[in-house]
Design a protein around this ligand. Structure first.
Ligand SMILES: [Zn+2]
Ligand SMILES: [Zn+2]
Length: 345
């Protein structure tokens, strides 16, 4: 089968290869991949700039949808021909307290597709019955492939943030996660929703407006803190969602957050932050991390997509697998927010 393989450490060490179709165990499901999203983490692995542990060679890709091609002998609820999406943990221990309580995204043994085990930028991928969800009939494979980034945003906003109708909300970073945070935050009827990006983000900031943002701020030209403090009652946002991987935006988040407000940090990077957290403490504001997602969030997000209440597809452009390099480079250049690869077109 065709697969996009990150074959060794070093910059640009990714190529389209012909590899064997994965063999499945008793509880596994073999999916014929219909659509797979390119994630920022795939691009980091392409550039060898990731801040997390990886295993190479590895097939990239963890945002995917497809049709069930085969099932292991102990698989009960999924059958060949089902239209499905799969969550991203290719392995969890199933015995730790997090696994036993459904928070397996926090399992210390968690392995992710496309990072520590083979992912879905391939014609077929092996996954597990316990992390499969059926796609509603009127949700396309392309849209369903973006359930994953939508769930990252859903977890950050709906589970890890306190948000109420009428709140003043600011989102740093109009990448795919920030854009999906716009759509999820809109479901709470904020009084004002502002998205902050830089000059290179202009296409994505326009999308943020299409997705419902009231204001956009171009940090390359405008004074971010001043602009934000002019909005609302002048005390700053109730909620800041930081979907950027460097510390500049965390510093600005702490500067603008309302006393008693909250910052939810989704973007991450290995560099130390290098500034004082004193203003956070003085404001009695909360800094909350958010990572990945789990089963009930996937069910909710699929339902919201079925009802048309969220729709990630307008941020994406679609490519056949042979054009994977364009898919990577055009997303990398920020000309669009998201690339989707079709491995079997
Ligand atoms: Zn991702
Ligand atoms: Zn576990």
């Amino acid at each position: 089968m065709k697969a996009i393989v990150n074959f060794s450490a070093g910059k640009g060490n990714v190529e389209l290869q012909d590899v064997p179709i994965p063999k499945i165990g008793p509880n596994d499901v073999l999916m014929e991949v219909k659509a797979v999203g390119v994630c920022g983490s795939d691009l980091h692995m392409y550039h060898d700039s990731q801040g997390f542990e990886v295993k190479r060679p590895v097939i990239l890709g963890h945002e995917f949808s497809g049709v069930v091609a085969d099932v292991g002998k102990d698989v009960k609820n999924i059958k060949i021909g089902d239209r499905v999406v799969s969550e991203t943990p290719s392995y969890v221990c199933e015995t730790c307290i997090y696994c036993r309580t459904g928070e397996y995204n926090l399992c210390p043994e968690r392995k992710g597709f496309g990072v520590l085990e083979d992912g879905a930028m391939a014609q077929y991928v092996k996954t597990r019955e316990s992390i499969i969800h059926r796609i509603p009939s009127d949700v396309s494979y392309e849209k369903a492939a973006l359930t994953e980034p939508a769930c990252v945003a859903y977890n950050a906003v709906a589970y890890h943030s306190e948000i109420k109708p009428g709140d003043h909300v600011v989102i740093f970073g109009p990448g795919p996660i920030g854009l999906m945070c716009v759509q999820i935050a809109k479901l709470y009827s904020p009084a004002s929703l502002t998205v902050v990006g830089i000059e290179a983000d202009m296409n994505r900031l326009k999308l943020a407006k299409d997705f419902g943002a009231d204001h956009i701020i171009n940090a390359s030209k405008q004074n971010v803190v001043q602009e934000i403090m002019q909005l609302g009652d002048g005390f700053g946002p109730n909620l800041v969602l930081d979907a950027v991987g460097n510390s500049t935006t965390l510093r600005q988040s702490i500067e603008v957050v309302r006393p008693g407000g909250q910052i939810t940090k989704i973007g991450w990077g290995p560099a130390p932050v290098g500034f004082s957290l004193d203003p956070l403490i003085q404001k009695a504001a909360r800094l909350q991390g958010s990572f990945s997602h789990n089963y009930p969030m996937w069910e909710k997000v699929l339902l919201l997509m079925e009802q048309g209440k969220i729709d990630p597809l307008p941020m994406a452009k679609v490519y056949p697998i042979e054009d994977w390099e364009d898919a990577f480079k055009e997303m990398d250049s920020l000309s669009q927010a998201k690339s989707i690869i079709l491995p079997n077109s």
